[in-house]
Write a protein that binds this ligand. Structure first.
Ligand SMILES: C[S@@+](CC[C@H](N)C(=O)[O-])C[C@H]1O[C@@H](n2cnc3c(N)ncnc32)[C@H](O)[C@@H]1O
Length: 392
C-alpha cells in the first residue's frame, strides 16, 4: 500500500518491496519507525556531523528520513541481512527523489565501522540474528555510542530485554506510543560474549550413486533457516527428490544453508547447481557447505543473492527445487511462494520441472495447477506434501 509516511511534517511515499507483490495490504513502515524518528529529532541527537548506523530497516522508513533535509545530513550506514530490504531502501529513496549521497549500505557479514555515534536498531524477528548483531556491535563500536532499539511493544518481552542486558549492558525501555516501544542500552557490561555462530550440525547422507554414504557437516550463520538441525520439511523433501540427469541445470531456490542442492550434487556430481537466496548469511553458508563437503563440485555451483529468480534467463533451467518461505519480516504471507512459482514457470525450459515441499494446509497444488496447468503429488505424510509441476 502506498500511503504517506508522515513524521515531523515530512511526507514520504514508501512501498514494500518487491513492488509487484500480491500482498499489498501491508504497509512499508510501522509505529516503531515513527517513534524512533520522532524521538531522535525531539532529542536533537542527529546533526550533520553524526554518523548513524541503522540496522534492519525493512524498506527504508528510517534511512529516507535522514536524506530528506536539503542540508545538514548525517552520514548513514544501513546494515541488513536481507537483499530485498536493501533493494527496498534504494527503491524508496529513488521514488521519493531523495539525494542518498550520505547513505551507504552494508550486508550482515561486512565489518562495522568503529566511529559510529548513534545506532538505530529495529529488533529483528530472529533471536539468533539479534544476538549476532549485538555481539558484533559490542565488539566493533565505540562504547560511548548511543544505542536505541525499537519494535512493536508486543514483540519486546522480558527475555528480549535480557538479551540486550547480557550483550550490551544497562537496558531501559520507554513508555509505549501507538503500541511501539523504544529500548535504550548502555555499553557497560564488561563481558564480551563469543558468537555461537556459525552453528554446525551433521547430516547423514545415504548415497544413491557409487560413492560411499557419509556424514556432511552443515554450517549456518545466525540468520539461516534451520540453523540448529535439518528442517523436517527439508528432510522429507530430500527423501523425495527427483533423479537428476548429468549436466542438468538445477536451481535450489530459497536455498538457506544449501542442503537441498548439496544432496543433488552428492547424488549427481555432473549437475550444475545455482543456489539462490535473499539472505546474505544463507548464501555465505551454502557456499561454505559445498566448499567443506563437496569441494570437487564447487566449479559446478553458483551462489546468487537474489529476490526469487529476478533477471534469470527465461527457458534456461531443467529443474527448480523449492521449500518456499511463508514469512516476510514479521508478516505471514504466501506472496513469496506465489512469486517463486510464477518465476519458476518463466525460467524453466519446456519439459522442465518445479518440485516443491509445503505444509499440507498451504495447498500449493492450487497455485501450481493455475500456473502450470498440471501438478503431480509425489509424496505426502500427515504434515507435508511434495508436488511436481512440469512446464509444457
Ligand atoms: C523455508 S526456508 C528453506 C531453506 C532451505 N532450502 C531448507 O529447505 O532448509 C526458505 C528460504 O527462502 C529464502 N527466501 C525468502 N524470500 C526469498 C526471496 N524473495 N528470494 C529468494 N529467497 C528467499 C529464505 O531466506 C529462506 O532461506
Amino acid at each position: 500500500m502506498i500511503s504517506p509516511f508522515i513524521v515531523n511534517d515530512k511526507n514520504l511515499f514508501l512501498s514494500r518491496f518487491p513492488v509487484a507483490q500480491v500482498n499489498r495490504s501491508l504497509q512499508a513502515w510501522d509505529s516503531a519507525d515513527e517513534y524512533l524518528i520522532n524521538y531522535v529529532e525531539e532529542q536533537g541527537l542527529i546533526n550533520a556531523n553524526t554518523k548513524v548506523a541503522i540496522f534492519n530497516d525493512a524498506f527504508g522508513a528510517l534511512a529516507s528520513n535522514f536524506c530528506h533535509s536539503a542540508s545538514e545530513k548525517p552520514t548513514v550506514i544501513c546494515i541488513n541481512d536481507s537483499y530485498i530490504s536493501s533493494q527496498g531502501i534504494s527503491y524508496n529513496l529513488e521514488q521519493n527523489s531523495l539525494d542518498d549521497s550520505n547513505i551507504d549500505q552494508l550486508n550482515s557479514l561486512d565489518s562495522l565501522p568503529n566511529d559510529i555515534d548513534i545506532i538505530l536498531f529495529k529488533i529483528p524477528k530472529s533471536k539468533s540474528l539479534l544476538i549476532e548483531q549485538l555481539i558484533q556491535i559490542k565488539k566493533s563500536v565505540n562504547h560511548n555510542c548511543i544505542f536505541i532499539a525499537a519494535d512493536r511493544a508486543k514483540e519486546i518481552h522480558s527475555a528480549t530485554l535480557k538479551v540486550f542486558e547480557k550483550h550490551l549492558g544497562t537496558t531501559k525501555t520507554s513508555l509505549a506510543v501507538k503500541k511501539a516501544r523504544l529500548v535504550f542500552c548502555q555499553f557497560d557490561n564488561k563481558q564480551i560474549h563469543q558468537s555461537p555462530f556459525p552453528t554446525v550440525w551433521s547430516l547423514a547422507h545415504i548415497s544413491t550413486n557409487d560413492s560411499p554414504s557419509r556424514d556432511f557437516s552443515i554450517s549456518n550463520h545466525a540468520n539461516v533457516y534451520a540453523r540448529e538441525k535439518l528442517d523436517i520439511g527439508a528432510r522429507y523433501f530430500i527423501e523425495n527428490l527427483p533423479k537428476v540427469a548429468a549436466n542438468s541445470k538445477v536451481i535450489d531456490l530459497g536455498c538457506g544453508n544449501g542442503v537441498i542442492g548439496l544432496i543433488v550434487l552428492a547424488n549427481q556430481p555432473e549437475a550444475q547447481v545455482q543456489f539462490i537466496d535473499e539472505s546474505t548469511m544463507a548464501i555465505a553458508s551454502a557456499e561454505q557447505n559445498i566448499k567443506t563437503n563437496l569441494p570437487e563440485s564447487i566449479d559446478n555451483c553458483q551462489f546468487t543473492l537474489n529476490d526469487s529468480l529476478t533477471d534469470i534467463e527465461g527457458g534456461s533451467v531443467d529443474l527448480i527445487l523449492c521449500n518456499p518461505p511463508f514469512h516476510q519480516n514479521t508478516a505471514t504471507t504466501d506472496h513469496i511462494a506465489w512469486q517463486m512459482f510464477k518465476d519458476s514457470h518463466r525460467v524453466l525450459k519446456k519439459g522442465g520441472e518445479l518440485r516443491i515441499i509445503g505444509n499440507q494446509q498451504l495447498a500449493y497444488h492450487i497455485k501450481l495447477q493455475r500456473l502450470f496447468g498440471n501438478e503431480t503429488l509425489i509424496a505426502s505424510n500427515n504434515k507435508f506434501v511434495t508436488q511436481s509441476a512440469i512446464k509444457r
